[in-house]
Design a binder for this molecule. Structure first.
Ligand code: GDP
Length: 315
């Protein structure tokens, strides 16, 4: 699988991200509550390792609330402060300023003890494409605030938005890359509609989605589309059943799987089938083990290729 929307050149992106992170006290990472693991950047923990961290689980309106709570606890156990949000409605958005100030409490008190009257806290929003960064910033900014303009020590062109008297947000979000070497992550990002370029055709993608749903929420599929199946059935057969049930039949009498696939995916993305979370913390070990395995295989292949090359050139 080849994900093309990786933002520019790796080195340059990482450098810019590090520069921006060095300007703030708190890094606010947005993730998609439907796929909290797959929508989290693999490198941000390292890039922001000396910073206070907030994870915003966004799009909670589309995710399974009970599973969101499990994930929230899971991230909290890892030391993150978690905010649940729906950036479109604005839920959770106004918690960022107070949460950031609470995280910075010790520093603020230290500075105040030294006689500083005003200790502003600065934060930036980061996240992979489509998690809702712009929506979140727009909602945070609302109607009240004005941009604070360039300040000394700030890379030229950077704008700080004063949200509250003592809290400022960098006006442009940091776009992070996903775990793009992991095929399963790519699939899930495609399912939620985060990747638009044609990695997979709609029918194949929908078949993968049904395959996952047959384990995660089989009843959602059964009830919405009025179909019956067993977990061990072929997902493409289920897609055909949905086509028949919906009356999507081609001229020759064949089920129109392509049309059905498009609709089924749209209904999932729009939250019409229900609030769904596609992965749980216990899936992670398996996914990571798979990634390590693939990485090892790749290394072995590279080594073999190098050895082959050497052999040829020594001859
Ligand atoms: P960015 O690429 O991270 O800046 O993402 P955008 O802010 O452009 O949002 C991507 C899409 O997700 C847009 O269609 C938003 O309307 C939608 N979106 C953002 N936040 C939410 C949310 O909390 N719930 C839902 N349902 N949609 C959201």
């Amino acid at each position: 699988m080849n994900i093309q929307w990786y933002p520019g050149h790796m080195t340059k992106t990482v450098r810019m991200m590090s520069e921006n992170i060095s300007l703030v006290d708190v890094v606010v990472e947005l993730i998609d509550a439907r796929i909290p693991y797959s929508s989290k950047n693999p490198d941000i923990d390292n890039l922001a390792k000396n910073k206070k961290r907030i994870i915003v689980m966004n799009k909670t309106d589309l995710a399974d609330p009970a599973k969101t709570e499990v994930w929230k606890k899971w991230f909290e156990a890892k030391g993150f402060t978690v905010i649940l949000a729906d950036a479109v409605k604005g839920t959770g958005v106004n918690k960022v300023a107070d949460t950031a100030r609470t995280l910075m409490k010790d520093k603020i008190e230290r500075e105040k003890a030294r006689g500083r009257l005003f200790v502003p806290v600065r934060a930036m929003i980061v996240g992979i494409p489509n998690v809702g960064k712009s929506t979140f910033i727009n909602k945070t900014v609302g109607k009240t605030t004005a941009k604070t303009g360039d300040k000394p020590g700030v890379t030229k062109g950077k704008q700080w938005i004063r949200i509250k008297k003592d809290f400022e947000l960098l006006d442009t979000p940091g776009i992070l890359w996903p775990k793009f070497e992991d095929e399963e992550v790519g699939l899930k990002l495609a399912m939620i509609g985060s990747i638009n370029d044609n990695i997979l055709d709609t029918e194949t993608l929908c078949t993968e989605y049904i395959n996952l749903m047959m384990v995660v929420n089989p009843n959602f599929i059964k009830n919405r589309y009025n179909v019956e199946f067993d977990t061990i059935d072929e997902p493409h057969d289920v897609l055909e059943k949905i086509a028949v049930s919906r009356g999507f039949i081609k001229k020759g009498g064949e089920p129109d799987c392509e049309r059905t696939a498009k609709i089924v995916l749209d209904e999932f993305r729009g939250g019409k089938i229900g609030k769904i979370t596609l992965e749980m913390p216990e899936d992670i070990h398996e996914m990571e083990a798979k990634m390590v395995r693939e990485e090892k295989e790749k290394k072995a292949k590279d080594a073999a290729r190098k050895a082959e090359y050497k052999k040829k050139n020594n001859r």
